[in-house]
Design a protein around this ligand. Structure first.
Ligand SMILES: Nc1ncnc2c1ncn2[C@@H]1O[C@H](COP(=O)(O)OP(=O)(O)O)[C@@H](O)[C@H]1O
Ligand SMILES: [Mg+2]
Length: 268
C-alpha cells in the first residue's frame, strides 16, 4: 500500500500553442527519471499529441471505453521510462456531458484501475472550453503556461478568472515559456500577477520559466524529449527546477486518488 497520495496536476493555458504538451512530456520524463511513477492523461481534444511526443501510438482512447468497447486498462499505453499514458483523445469531449449510466460506468472502470503512481499529469488543452475547465477544477493543482506575448497573458488571465469565479479554484501557478531572458519571464509573470491581484484578489505563484530554444522543435521532430537529447541545456536546467518546485511544494487541496479525482470531475 502506498502511504503518500499522488499529486494531481493539470497543465493548462489561455491560448493554444504555448508549449503545454512539450512541457508535460518533458516533465513526465523528468519525474520518471527520478523514479517517480508517472501517469499522463492527454485531455486535449483539439490537438492531442502527447502520444507523438512520447513516441507511443495508442490504438484506443476514452471514446472506446465510454462506448463499452474497451476497458480503461486496455487503452493505457506505456511510454519511455515506464510512463503510463491515458489517451483520452476524442473521448474527452464526451466526458463533460456524460449521462448517469456512463458516469457510473467510468467510475466502475476506475475502481478496477488500480495503477499505483506518484504523479498524475493532465495536458488539458487551451482556453475556457468545458473540457479544460472540467479538468482544471478537478485537479489538485492548476499550472498555467503563458508566453511573453500580450495575447497569451490576456488569455491566461481570462482562464484564471473563470476558474476562480465559476469553479472556485484558488491556487494557480504560472510558468512562462519561450522567454528570451529571465527578466522577460519575470515581467510577464508580474503583469499577470498584478491584474489577478487587483481584480480577483488572487495571488499567483511563480514556478519559473522555460527559455525559447530553437532546438525544442528539432527534438519534437526527432520524437525525442528535449531533456533527454540536451540534458545540459538551459531548458533542461529550468525544467528540472520547475519540476522540483512543483513536487516539493504542493499548493491547493490535499491529493487524492485517481478515483477521487474523477469522482470530483464527474461531480459524483
Ligand atoms: N521553450 C520552447 N522553445 C522553442 N519552441 C518551443 C518551446 N516550447 C514549445 N515550443 C514549440 O511550440 C510549439 C507548440 O508547443 P506545444 O507543446 O504543442 O503547445 P501546446 O500544447 O500548448 O499547444 C511546438 O512547435 C513546440 O516545438
Ligand atoms: Mg498540446
Amino acid at each position: 500500500m502506498r502511504t503518500e497520495q499522488p499529486r494531481i496536476i493539470a497543465v493548462s493555458s489561455g491560448k493554444g500553442g504555448v508549449g503545454k504538451t512539450n512541457f508535460v512530456a518533458n516533465l513526465a520524463l523528468f519525474y520518471a527519471s527520478i523514479n517517480k511513477k508517472v501517469l499522463v492523461m492527454d485531455a486535449d481534444v483539439g490537438l492531442s499529441n502527447i502520444d507523438v511526443l512520447l513516441g507511443v501510438t495508442p490504438r484506443f482512447n476514452l471514446k472506446h471505453v465510454l462506448a463499452g468497447e474497451k476497458r480503461l486498462k486496455e487503452t493505457v499505453v506505456t511510454g519511455p521510462l515506464g510512463i503510463k499514458i491515458i489517451p483520452a483523445g476524442s473521448g474527452v469531449r464526451e466526458l463533460t456531458n456524460l449521462n448517469e449510466e456512463q458516469r457510473l460506468q467510468l467510475v466502475t472502470e476506475l475502481e478496477d484501475f488500480d495503477l499505483d503512481f506518484d504523479v498524475f499529469l493532465i495536458d488539458t488543452g487551451a482556453g475556457i472550453a468545458d473540457n479544460v475547465l472540467f479538468f482544471c477544477s478537478a485537479a489538485q493543482e492548476v499550472v498555467v503556461i503563458a508566453t511573453p506575448e500580450p495575447t497569451s497573458i490576456a488569455d491566461a488571465y481570462a482562464l484564471i478568472k473563470v476558474l476562480r469565479n465559476d469553479f472556485k479554484v484558488r491556487h494557480f501557478r504560472l510558468i512562462v515559456n519561450t522567454a528570451r531572458s529571465e527578466k522577460e519571464a519575470f515581467d510577464t509573470y508580474s503583469k499577470l500577477s498584478l491584474v489577478a491581484d487587483k481584480f480577483l484578489n488572487l495571488p499567483i505563484d511563480y514556478l519559473g520559466y522555460l527559455p525559447l530554444d530553437p532546438a525544442v522543435k528539432d527534438s519534437i521532430i526527432a520524437q525525442k524529449s528535449h531533456i533527454v537529447l540536451y540534458p545540459n541545456s538551459l531548458f533542461a536546467k529550468k525544467l528540472g527546477q520547475i519540476a522540483k518546485r512543483l513536487i516539493e511544494n504542493p499548493s491547493g487541496d490535499p491529493g487524492g486518488t485517481l478515483q477521487f479525482f474523477l469522482r470530483r470531475a464527474l461531480r459524483i
